[in-house]
Design a protein around this ligand. Structure first.
Ligand SMILES: CCCCCCCCCCCCCCCCCCCCCC(=O)SCCNC(=O)CCNC(=O)[C@H](O)C(C)(C)COP(=O)(O)OP(=O)(O)OC[C@H]1O[C@@H](n2cnc3c(N)ncnc32)[C@H](O)[C@@H]1OP(=O)(O)O
Ligand SMILES: NC(=O)C1=CN([C@@H]2O[C@H](COP(=O)(O)OP(=O)(O)OC[C@H]3O[C@@H](n4cnc5c(N)ncnc54)[C@H](OP(=O)(O)O)[C@@H]3O)[C@@H](O)[C@H]2O)C=CC1
Length: 535
């Protein structure tokens, strides 16, 4: 479909209230856009931005499955009525009419789209943003291949039958090649062809798949990164027929600026750990303080993705361009520093009913980690469960702690390494944008102030994930003070018991004790005498 387009792809920039309208926003006006994964974290932000900046777009088709007892319409209704979409309603009051939910299940080979819906998609779609994926690290290979590889292949097949299609934007991850230290904007081949993997998943049984999984994923840490790499290969194989680009974000975090700072709605990446640390469950982690914490705000990813969609459609690059959406080489932050910033934010914005006082220690040593896990994580959980049992309640803390530590162990790989991603294409794209587009579709993370971002992130986690009201902050602070006093009391009691046992058994300890008491007595006498003389 490359080069087949005859329509005018360079709409004249329009003027809005004396300011030149963004070229990118103008480009999406009147377009029919297909988004997969629109109910996910990134998909929602992408859709919100499209509606807000290009309210004249024709329609956004979203592929949705019913979930948690909700129909497609109920899911769409919930999204449109969420806080995230508040601003959209002012700019695009008929947003409900411009969104068309299409039943689809990416778990099924034909994506389970009805004939009529498929026909409409094929004839109307101008741009595709493919965000859907399974992002679970421990997903069974069969499921991860189905979602991240086969579904991508199916969607590309559909895209190749769309006569109006101008661009297909595939969202991958910057970690698809995390087995390498330096990653260029190229597709690195995996040893086994994706088509062979897809075929084999059809006839191999689960037990055999389990056995071959470690061999297939090789030096990647999980099935997620492996299948995302396979997904990219599939995209490359189809790229001769289509106008495709790939966006590779690193660790996607809460919004930086738009539609408002700190919005987040799932526990993936840092968000879950921020909760665990803020509630005092997680106090130490095996992580390298000097490793780069390559977080990227979700609105930055959405902005870059929309800019890529415009650039790919308008310029029709000869090869598939890959865009790294990372922060490390523009404005690096490090895990140790981020830990401090998160802790500082908890001082101002404490979470309610914390289990212990928040503390964040990054340690690189495995023995120290095991020590902290035993003393700081498991022991308090066991003590608390004992207390629950004593008071006739069901113990739950040990189970919760074990799950948390399992989750943490899966994230550790990413907390102990730094990667370098080359960003020539991203920088090239930035330079291609007009000043207005650079403002409206800002993806320049050099402007990001980490301290401010992290504070807003913690606030967002409190408000949108924990649903805690800011009115409860004084009470939460009081609760933390009480925990601090309990902590001091507990430590003092522990020290006194240990000391009492020691002086009962050792003459040396007794001598040291009498020396200290004597010294304190003399110091106090001297202090009292000198203050009496002054009077
Ligand atoms: C003391 C120090 C404190 C420090 C202070 C803080 C400083 C800031 C430090 C920030 C460091 C950030 C490091 C990020 C590195 C990410 C790198 C990503 C790179 C790739 C990026 C991508 O390209 S890809 C998108 C990312 N993709 C995920 O990030 C999925 C992960 N996830 C799963 O793969 C599944 O979750 C897994 C785990 C299998 C469990 O699986 P599972 O079956 O056991 O359980 P579930 O998933 O059902 O979750 C069971 C319970 O864990 C809760 N939970 C789920 N996630 C959680 C989570 N991240 N942290 C906590 N808690 C989490 C959940 O809410 C449940 O809680 P509950 O039981 O109460 O409901
Ligand atoms: N979050 C991150 O840190 C990063 C994410 N990425 C990539 O960004 C993209 C979006 O990720 P993110 O928004 O965080 O992920 P989410 O888990 O929040 O969203 C995943 C989306 O995929 C949809 N989906 C999953 N399975 C199916 C299915 N069987 N049928 C139909 N839809 C399905 C989900 O729908 P439903 O709501 O029904 O479950 C949801 O809309 C992914 O491609 C991911 O690999 C890349 C780097 C980092």
């Amino acid at each position: 479909m490359k080069g087949h387009l005859t329509r005018n792809l360079f709409p004249e920039p329009q003027k809005t209230k004396g300011r030149v309208m963004s070229t990118i926003a103008a480009f999406y006006s009147g377009k029919s856009i297909l988004i997969t994964g629109a109910t996910g974290f990134l998909g929602k932000v992408l859709m919100e931005k499209l509606f807000r900046t290009s309210p004249d777009l024709k329609v956004i088709y979203i592929l949705v499955r019913p979930k948690a007892g909700q129909t497609l319409q109920q899911r769409v209704f919930q999204i449109l009525n969420s806080k995230l979409f508040e601003k959209v309603k002012d700019v695009c009051p008929n947003v409900h009419e411009k969104i068309r939910a299409i039943y689809a299940d990416l778990n099924q080979n034909d994506l389970a789209i009805s004939k009529e819906d498929k026909q409409e998609l094929l004839s109307c779609t101008d741009i595709v943003f493919h965000c859907a994926a399974t992002v679970r690290f421990d997903d069974h290979l069969r499921h991860a291949v189905q979602l991240n590889v086969t579904a991508t292949q199916q969607l590309l097949l559909m895209a190749s039958q769309m006569p109006k299609l101008e661009a297909f934007i595939h969202i991958s991850t910057a970690f698809s090649n995390c087995n390498l230290k330096h990653i260029d904007e190229v597709i690195y081949p995996c040893p086994v062809e994706p088509k062979k993997i897809i075929d084999s998943m059809e006839w191999l049984d689960d037990a055999i798949i389990d056995e071959i999984t470690p061999k297939l994923i090789g030096d990647r840490p999980n099935t997620y990164t492996y299948t995302k790499a396979l997904g990219e290969m599939v995209v490359q194989q189809e790229s001769s027929n289509l106008n495709i680009a790939i966006v590779r974000p690193s660790i996607v975090g809460a919004t930086w600026q738009e539609p408002f700072p700190g919005w987040v709605d799932n526990l993936n990446g840092p968000s879950g750990l921020i909760i665990a640390a803020g509630k005092g469950f997680l106090r130490a982690i095996r992580g390298t303080p000097k490793a780069v914490a390559d977080l990227i705000p979700v609105d930055t990813v959405a902005n870059l993705t929309l800019a890529v969609g415009w650039y790919t459609a308008v310029n029709r690059p000869k090869s598939t361009l890959i865009y790294h959406c990372t922060s490390g080489n523009f404005n690096p932050c490090y895990w140790g520093k981020m830990g401090f910033q998160v802790l500082a934010a908890f001082e101002k914005i404490p979470f309610e009913r914390a289990f212990r006082r928040p503390y964040a220690d990054f340690t690189t040593n495995t023995i120290t980690t095991q020590y902290w896990n035993a003393v700081s994580h498991r022991a308090p959980a066991i003590i608390y469960d004992f207390y629950l049992r004593l008071t006739g309640r069901k113990p739950r803390m040990t189970k919760l702690m074990n799950r948390l530590l399992r989750t943490v162990s899966m994230l550790e790989y990413f907390l102990n390494r730094s990667w370098e991603w080359s960003t020539y294409n991203t920088e090239m794209l930035m330079s291609e944008l007009s000043p207005e587009d650079q403002r409206v579709f800002n993806f320049d993370v050099r402007q990001l102030n980490w301290l401010e971002y992290i504070e807003n992130y913690v606030l967002g986690v409190k408000k949108y994930l924990l649903k805690e009201d800011m009115a409860g902050v004084p009470k939460a602070k009081q609760h933390l003070k009480r925990l601090r006093n309990i902590h001091y009391l507990f430590n003092t009691a522990l020290f006194l018991i240990a000391w009492r046992l020691l002086i009962a058994r050792s003459q040396m300890a007794r001598n040291v004790w009498f020396f200290i008491v004597n010294f304190c007595y003399k110091f106090l006498s001297y202090f009292r005498a000198s203050s009496t003389l002054k009077v």
